[in-house]
Design a protein around this ligand. Structure first.
Ligand SMILES: C[S@@+](CC[C@H](N)C(=O)[O-])C[C@H]1O[C@@H](n2cnc3c(N)ncnc32)[C@H](O)[C@@H]1O
Length: 198
């Protein structure tokens, strides 16, 4: 089963520990302190839409996609409740077509790290670069392999994994260590990685 369908099943069975209520502070911090300006934005693997809604509320023109209909329905409902205009769509980023050069900013929280092979991560990085305009930015929040081993938690990737996948598509602007902003007592350690399309 491919990654997208694995997640589709997890929403069906309710095995979704990443679901959270407030926008991740790492995204807020990056938007407030880096030159990430409101523009055409693609969130990939948006889940229930918390970060997409935060971005839309802050003036970003957001298209947010996820492979799970269940997740997207929840995101649409949350946007309606919040009176926010956000374009949520069910789509498979790996297999569906996306317009070239369309977006100024791509964001994902826990999507990119889901791919276990270097080839898949490279292909996804290349496809994200293709969807971005010239000098477009990509911010990813992903599990960090330098964390102590845990019984459960997100996939953990090394700095080497990131570099191997993003070359030759992106320049690394910043790579920092943080933890997921979520509702858990002991949130997993992450990388916060901001890149610019080459
Ligand atoms: C770990 S979850 C994170 C969800 C959300 N970003 C969050 O932080 O709550 C990864 C998400 O990526 C989505 N996903 C995985 N593969 C996908 C694909 N090929 N196309 C679109 N979405 C995908 C899953 O359905 C899931 O919602």
């Amino acid at each position: 089963m491919d990654t997208c369908n694995r997640f589709v099943d997890r929403y069906k069975t309710g095995n979704t520990p990443w679901v959270h209520t407030d926008p991740d502070f790492n995204l807020i911090d990056m938007v407030e302190n880096w030159p990430i300006y409101p523009g055409k934005t693609l969130e990939i693997g948006c889940g229930t839409g918390v970060e997409a809604i935060y971005l839309a509320k802050n003036g970003f023109d957001v298209t947010a996609i996820d492979g799970s209909r269940i997740a997207i329905n929840k995101a649409i409902e949350a946007a309606k409740e919040g009176g926010v205009n956000c374009n949520f769509k069910v789509a498979d980023f790996q297999n569906d077509e996306f317009p070239s050069g369309e977006f100024d900013f791509a964001f994902d929280r826990g999507f990119f790290h889901s791919f276990d092979t270097e080839k898949e991560r490279k292909d996804v990085a290349g496809k994200i670069a293709e969807s971005l305009s010239e000098r477009g930015l990509w911010l990813t929040l992903m599990g960090n392999a330098d964390a102590p081993p845990r019984d459960s938690g997100p996939p953990m990737r090394s700095a080497q994994d990131i570099v191997n996948a993003i070359e030759p598509y992106f320049k690394l602007l910043t790579l920092t260590v943080s933890h997921f902003g979520n509702d858990q007592e002991n949130p997993p350690r992450i990388w916060v990685c901001l890149m610019r399309k080459r």
